[in-house]
Ligand binder design. Structure first.
Ligand SMILES: C[S@@+](CC[C@H](N)C(=O)[O-])C[C@H]1O[C@@H](n2cnc3c(N)ncnc32)[C@H](O)[C@@H]1O
Length: 277
Protein backbone atom coordinates (compact mmCIF):
# COMPACT_ATOMS: atom_id res chain seq x y z
CA UNK A 1 0.00 0.00 0.00
CA UNK A 2 2.08 2.94 -1.20
CA UNK A 3 -0.71 5.51 -1.51
CA UNK A 4 -0.71 7.39 1.85
CA UNK A 5 -4.54 7.71 1.73
CA UNK A 6 -4.76 3.87 1.77
CA UNK A 7 -1.73 3.13 3.91
CA UNK A 8 -2.97 5.35 6.74
CA UNK A 9 -5.89 2.94 7.22
CA UNK A 10 -3.60 0.72 9.32
CA UNK A 11 -4.63 3.16 12.08
CA UNK A 12 -7.89 1.71 13.36
CA UNK A 13 -9.36 5.04 14.43
CA UNK A 14 -9.99 5.59 10.70
CA UNK A 15 -12.04 2.44 10.10
CA UNK A 16 -15.86 2.42 10.04
CA UNK A 17 -16.23 6.18 9.59
CA UNK A 18 -20.02 5.63 9.34
CA UNK A 19 -20.14 5.23 13.12
CA UNK A 20 -20.78 8.98 13.40
CA UNK A 21 -23.98 8.59 11.33
CA UNK A 22 -25.11 5.71 13.56
CA UNK A 23 -24.45 7.75 16.69
CA UNK A 24 -26.51 10.62 15.28
CA UNK A 25 -29.38 8.31 14.35
CA UNK A 26 -29.27 6.86 17.87
CA UNK A 27 -29.70 10.41 19.17
CA UNK A 28 -32.86 10.71 17.07
CA UNK A 29 -31.27 12.87 14.34
CA UNK A 30 -32.66 11.71 11.00
CA UNK A 31 -30.08 11.60 8.13
CA UNK A 32 -30.72 15.10 6.76
CA UNK A 33 -31.87 16.84 9.96
CA UNK A 34 -30.04 20.09 10.76
CA UNK A 35 -27.28 19.85 13.36
CA UNK A 36 -25.29 22.17 15.56
CA UNK A 37 -21.54 21.74 16.10
CA UNK A 38 -22.41 20.99 19.75
CA UNK A 39 -24.50 17.94 18.65
CA UNK A 40 -21.31 16.54 17.10
CA UNK A 41 -18.71 17.45 19.69
CA UNK A 42 -18.65 13.99 21.28
CA UNK A 43 -17.77 12.34 17.92
CA UNK A 44 -15.98 14.78 15.66
CA UNK A 45 -12.95 15.90 17.69
CA UNK A 46 -10.27 13.32 16.84
CA UNK A 47 -7.66 14.74 19.19
CA UNK A 48 -7.18 15.26 22.92
CA UNK A 49 -9.10 17.70 25.08
CA UNK A 50 -12.15 18.02 22.79
CA UNK A 51 -13.44 21.46 21.85
CA UNK A 52 -11.54 22.97 24.81
CA UNK A 53 -8.32 22.40 22.85
CA UNK A 54 -9.79 24.34 19.91
CA UNK A 55 -10.93 27.18 22.21
CA UNK A 56 -7.33 27.38 23.41
CA UNK A 57 -6.17 27.91 19.81
CA UNK A 58 -8.82 30.61 19.26
CA UNK A 59 -7.63 32.38 22.40
CA UNK A 60 -3.89 32.01 21.88
CA UNK A 61 -3.95 33.04 18.22
CA UNK A 62 -6.55 35.77 18.72
CA UNK A 63 -8.73 34.25 15.98
CA UNK A 64 -11.80 36.35 15.12
CA UNK A 65 -14.17 36.95 12.23
CA UNK A 66 -11.42 38.60 10.19
CA UNK A 67 -9.01 35.64 10.41
CA UNK A 68 -8.48 33.25 7.47
CA UNK A 69 -7.49 29.88 8.90
CA UNK A 70 -6.24 26.67 7.32
CA UNK A 71 -6.79 23.43 9.27
CA UNK A 72 -4.34 20.73 8.16
CA UNK A 73 -5.64 17.16 8.52
CA UNK A 74 -9.22 18.18 9.24
CA UNK A 75 -10.58 14.67 9.93
CA UNK A 76 -14.36 14.84 10.31
CA UNK A 77 -14.16 18.64 10.38
CA UNK A 78 -14.92 19.04 14.08
CA UNK A 79 -12.15 21.55 14.89
CA UNK A 80 -12.87 23.56 11.71
CA UNK A 81 -16.61 23.85 12.50
CA UNK A 82 -15.90 24.73 16.12
CA UNK A 83 -13.41 27.42 15.03
CA UNK A 84 -15.88 28.94 12.57
CA UNK A 85 -18.93 28.84 14.79
CA UNK A 86 -17.14 30.13 17.90
CA UNK A 87 -15.02 32.89 16.37
CA UNK A 88 -16.75 33.71 13.09
CA UNK A 89 -13.52 33.02 11.15
CA UNK A 90 -13.36 31.38 7.74
CA UNK A 91 -11.62 28.02 7.59
CA UNK A 92 -10.15 25.95 4.77
CA UNK A 93 -10.16 22.37 6.04
CA UNK A 94 -7.93 19.97 4.10
CA UNK A 95 -8.18 16.20 4.59
CA UNK A 96 -6.30 13.32 2.95
CA UNK A 97 -8.88 10.52 3.34
CA UNK A 98 -11.84 10.73 0.98
CA UNK A 99 -14.44 9.18 3.35
CA UNK A 100 -13.50 11.54 6.16
CA UNK A 101 -13.55 14.50 3.78
CA UNK A 102 -16.98 13.50 2.40
CA UNK A 103 -18.39 12.96 5.86
CA UNK A 104 -16.89 16.27 7.09
CA UNK A 105 -18.42 18.18 4.15
CA UNK A 106 -21.86 16.66 4.79
CA UNK A 107 -21.73 17.47 8.51
CA UNK A 108 -20.69 21.07 7.76
CA UNK A 109 -23.67 21.46 5.39
CA UNK A 110 -26.02 20.07 8.04
CA UNK A 111 -24.63 22.64 10.49
CA UNK A 112 -25.24 25.41 7.93
CA UNK A 113 -21.56 26.41 8.11
CA UNK A 114 -20.66 25.92 4.43
CA UNK A 115 -20.18 29.67 3.90
CA UNK A 116 -17.45 29.71 6.54
CA UNK A 117 -15.88 26.24 6.27
CA UNK A 118 -14.50 25.14 2.92
CA UNK A 119 -13.52 21.45 2.71
CA UNK A 120 -10.71 20.33 0.40
CA UNK A 121 -9.82 16.72 -0.30
CA UNK A 122 -6.12 16.04 -0.77
CA UNK A 123 -2.61 15.78 0.56
CA UNK A 124 -1.54 19.03 2.22
CA UNK A 125 1.96 18.53 0.82
CA UNK A 126 0.71 18.54 -2.77
CA UNK A 127 -2.64 20.33 -2.91
CA UNK A 128 -3.04 23.53 -4.85
CA UNK A 129 -3.23 26.17 -2.10
CA UNK A 130 -2.79 29.93 -2.23
CA UNK A 131 0.71 31.14 -1.38
CA UNK A 132 0.55 33.50 1.63
CA UNK A 133 -3.22 32.95 1.68
CA UNK A 134 -3.82 32.47 5.41
CA UNK A 135 -3.45 34.40 8.67
CA UNK A 136 -3.31 31.24 10.79
CA UNK A 137 -2.57 27.54 10.36
CA UNK A 138 -3.87 25.05 12.90
CA UNK A 139 -3.40 21.29 13.06
CA UNK A 140 -4.30 18.60 15.56
CA UNK A 141 -2.57 15.18 15.52
CA UNK A 142 -1.74 15.22 11.83
CA UNK A 143 1.98 16.01 11.67
CA UNK A 144 2.71 12.61 13.24
CA UNK A 145 1.54 11.02 9.97
CA UNK A 146 3.94 13.05 7.81
CA UNK A 147 7.57 11.94 8.17
CA UNK A 148 9.27 14.72 6.19
CA UNK A 149 8.92 17.58 8.68
CA UNK A 150 11.23 19.89 6.73
CA UNK A 151 8.97 19.68 3.68
CA UNK A 152 5.82 19.89 5.81
CA UNK A 153 6.96 23.01 7.68
CA UNK A 154 8.22 24.67 4.52
CA UNK A 155 4.73 24.12 3.08
CA UNK A 156 3.14 25.53 6.26
CA UNK A 157 5.34 28.60 6.01
CA UNK A 158 4.48 29.11 2.34
CA UNK A 159 0.68 29.14 2.82
CA UNK A 160 0.93 31.64 5.69
CA UNK A 161 1.13 35.39 5.26
CA UNK A 162 4.27 37.01 6.71
CA UNK A 163 3.56 37.40 10.43
CA UNK A 164 0.88 34.67 10.30
CA UNK A 165 0.58 32.28 13.24
CA UNK A 166 0.84 28.51 13.51
CA UNK A 167 -0.67 26.32 16.24
CA UNK A 168 0.03 22.59 16.28
CA UNK A 169 -0.86 19.90 18.79
CA UNK A 170 0.92 16.65 18.05
CA UNK A 171 3.15 13.81 19.22
CA UNK A 172 6.86 14.18 19.93
CA UNK A 173 9.65 11.91 21.06
CA UNK A 174 10.02 12.63 24.76
CA UNK A 175 12.52 9.84 25.44
CA UNK A 176 14.34 7.29 23.29
CA UNK A 177 11.64 5.04 21.81
CA UNK A 178 12.15 1.31 22.25
CA UNK A 179 11.91 -1.04 19.24
CA UNK A 180 8.43 -2.29 20.31
CA UNK A 181 7.29 1.34 20.76
CA UNK A 182 8.51 2.22 17.25
CA UNK A 183 6.71 -0.83 15.87
CA UNK A 184 3.51 0.12 17.67
CA UNK A 185 3.72 3.72 16.42
CA UNK A 186 4.21 2.51 12.86
CA UNK A 187 1.54 -0.23 13.00
CA UNK A 188 -1.11 1.35 15.23
CA UNK A 189 -0.66 5.06 14.52
CA UNK A 190 0.89 5.18 11.01
CA UNK A 191 3.76 7.20 12.42
CA UNK A 192 7.24 6.38 11.14
CA UNK A 193 9.30 9.33 12.34
CA UNK A 194 8.93 11.43 15.44
CA UNK A 195 11.09 14.48 16.30
CA UNK A 196 12.24 15.40 19.79
CA UNK A 197 11.19 18.83 21.09
CA UNK A 198 14.64 20.24 20.21
CA UNK A 199 14.39 18.82 16.71
CA UNK A 200 10.92 20.33 16.29
CA UNK A 201 12.25 23.74 17.36
CA UNK A 202 15.17 23.48 14.90
CA UNK A 203 12.91 22.36 12.05
CA UNK A 204 10.53 25.27 12.77
CA UNK A 205 13.36 27.80 12.78
CA UNK A 206 14.90 26.30 9.62
CA UNK A 207 11.53 26.70 7.89
CA UNK A 208 11.47 30.41 8.73
CA UNK A 209 9.32 30.51 11.87
CA UNK A 210 10.17 32.83 14.77
CA UNK A 211 8.96 33.15 18.39
CA UNK A 212 8.72 29.36 18.62
CA UNK A 213 6.99 28.30 21.83
CA UNK A 214 6.77 24.64 22.84
CA UNK A 215 4.50 23.34 25.62
CA UNK A 216 4.80 19.76 26.89
CA UNK A 217 1.24 18.38 27.04
CA UNK A 218 2.28 14.85 28.01
CA UNK A 219 0.86 14.75 31.55
CA UNK A 220 -2.59 15.98 30.45
CA UNK A 221 -2.68 13.70 27.41
CA UNK A 222 -1.55 10.62 29.36
CA UNK A 223 -4.48 11.19 31.74
CA UNK A 224 -6.83 11.89 28.81
CA UNK A 225 -6.04 8.68 26.92
CA UNK A 226 -6.34 6.53 30.08
CA UNK A 227 -9.71 8.09 30.84
CA UNK A 228 -10.84 7.69 27.21
CA UNK A 229 -10.14 3.95 27.37
CA UNK A 230 -11.96 3.58 30.71
CA UNK A 231 -15.03 5.38 29.34
CA UNK A 232 -14.93 3.31 26.17
CA UNK A 233 -14.82 0.03 28.14
CA UNK A 234 -17.72 1.20 30.33
CA UNK A 235 -19.75 1.94 27.16
CA UNK A 236 -19.10 -1.53 25.66
CA UNK A 237 -22.63 -2.94 25.62
CA UNK A 238 -24.20 0.16 24.03
CA UNK A 239 -21.33 0.56 21.55
CA UNK A 240 -21.38 -3.08 20.40
CA UNK A 241 -25.16 -2.95 20.00
CA UNK A 242 -24.84 0.12 17.74
CA UNK A 243 -21.64 -0.56 15.78
CA UNK A 244 -20.91 -4.29 16.20
CA UNK A 245 -18.12 -6.20 17.94
CA UNK A 246 -15.55 -5.77 15.15
CA UNK A 247 -15.56 -1.96 15.40
CA UNK A 248 -15.45 -2.18 19.18
CA UNK A 249 -12.46 -4.54 19.02
CA UNK A 250 -10.54 -2.33 16.59
CA UNK A 251 -11.06 0.87 18.56
CA UNK A 252 -10.35 -0.83 21.86
CA UNK A 253 -7.02 -2.14 20.48
CA UNK A 254 -6.21 1.36 19.20
CA UNK A 255 -7.04 3.11 22.48
CA UNK A 256 -5.07 0.48 24.39
CA UNK A 257 -1.98 0.92 22.17
CA UNK A 258 -2.05 4.72 22.60
CA UNK A 259 -2.46 4.45 26.36
CA UNK A 260 0.51 2.07 26.59
CA UNK A 261 2.67 4.40 24.47
CA UNK A 262 1.91 7.46 26.61
CA UNK A 263 2.30 5.55 29.87
CA UNK A 264 5.70 4.29 28.67
CA UNK A 265 6.86 7.91 28.96
CA UNK A 266 8.79 8.05 25.68
CA UNK A 267 5.87 9.26 23.60
CA UNK A 268 4.84 12.79 24.49
CA UNK A 269 2.36 15.42 23.43
CA UNK A 270 3.44 18.88 22.37
CA UNK A 271 1.80 22.19 21.53
CA UNK A 272 3.82 24.33 19.14
CA UNK A 273 3.08 27.99 18.48
CA UNK A 274 5.15 30.24 16.25
CA UNK A 275 5.06 33.17 13.86
CA UNK A 276 5.87 33.02 10.16
CA UNK A 277 8.91 35.26 9.72
C1 LIG B 1 -5.87 12.06 14.20
S1 LIG B 1 -6.71 12.76 12.83
C2 LIG B 1 -7.16 14.34 13.51
C3 LIG B 1 -8.27 14.99 12.74
C4 LIG B 1 -8.61 16.41 13.20
N1 LIG B 1 -7.42 17.26 13.16
C5 LIG B 1 -9.19 16.41 14.58
O1 LIG B 1 -8.45 16.77 15.52
O2 LIG B 1 -10.36 16.08 14.76
C6 LIG B 1 -5.43 13.22 11.67
C7 LIG B 1 -5.96 13.50 10.27
O3 LIG B 1 -4.92 13.98 9.42
C8 LIG B 1 -5.16 13.50 8.11
N2 LIG B 1 -3.91 13.60 7.32
C9 LIG B 1 -2.78 12.88 7.47
N3 LIG B 1 -1.86 13.24 6.56
C10 LIG B 1 -2.41 14.23 5.81
C11 LIG B 1 -1.95 15.00 4.71
N4 LIG B 1 -0.73 14.83 4.18
N5 LIG B 1 -2.78 15.93 4.18
C12 LIG B 1 -4.03 16.12 4.70
N6 LIG B 1 -4.51 15.40 5.74
C13 LIG B 1 -3.72 14.47 6.30
C14 LIG B 1 -5.62 12.08 8.36
O4 LIG B 1 -6.25 11.52 7.22
C15 LIG B 1 -6.53 12.26 9.57
O5 LIG B 1 -7.86 12.48 9.21
Amino acid sequence: MSNPADAIKTMKLYSDVERVDRELRALGKTPHAPLTPEDLAAFDQLHYGGTGAVDEAIRRLGIDASTRVIDVGAGLGGPARHLASNSGCRVTAIELQRELHTSASRLTLRCGLEQRVEHLHGDFLQALLPVAGFDALVSWLTFLHIPNKALLLERCRSVLKAGGLIYIEDFFQRGPLTAPERESLERDVYCTALPTADEYRREMENAGFTDVELVDMSADWTAFVANRRRRFAADRVRFVHLHGPATFGKLDAFYQAIQALFEGGNLGGIRIMARAG
